[in-house]
Design a protein around this ligand. Sequence first.
Ligand SMILES: C[S@@+](CC[C@H](N)C(=O)[O-])C[C@H]1O[C@@H](n2cnc3c(N)ncnc32)[C@H](O)[C@@H]1O
Length: 188
Amino acid sequence: MNENHLRMLASPQWAQLLRQHVLPWLETGGGLGDDVLEIGPGPGLTTDLLLDLTPRITAVEVDADLAAQLARRLAGSNVKVINASAERTGLAPNRFSAAACFAMLHHAESAAAQDRVFAELLRVLRPDGILVGSEGYDNERTQRAHDGDQFVPVDPDGLPGRLAAIGFTDVSVEHGEYDFRFRARKPG
Ligand SMILES: C[S@@+](CC[C@H](N)C(=O)[O-])C[C@H]1O[C@@H](n2cnc3c(N)ncnc32)[C@H](O)[C@@H]1O
């Protein structure tokens, strides 16, 4: 990630935006259960949010430095940080009550790579496990924030069809001011 983008994702302003706009949405969804996987935590302000909602988190971060920093910051908490790609986590199948990916998918190298991430999340979720996530809109502001970075936008209108094709059910997409949020379920 470029320096500015990384600084923003570690800032109090980002933490406040998450608490104002993402947390209430997460809280209205019926709970995330007892064992949550987060992919792409970055500096971990989204992990901090999840800590209020579940007793156990596994955070999978592909960037070795960010993974090491997060593991240090959250040492002694109930978060386990793993340095791996969300395309191949190496985690056991049918384990997690929920999987969360906030502002991560557009960093995948292609739409096919995003679909591999979805398939991996389906694999590691329990039957009836919940997928929750958010993504930014493809607009000038988001493109500018990703100057020099990977930016493969996710089309909110195409997402339900993609998730259903991979095997998710009950897909919903909610539009916010800055991003859209999605929710889906692994069939029971
Ligand atoms: C824009 S940051 C979002 C950070 C955090 N979720 C938030 O919203 O504040 C995206 C993060 O996803 C990570 N990432 C990108 N591709 C990944 C992959 N295949 N597996 C795991 N993490 C990935 C990046 O290294 C980066 O830390």
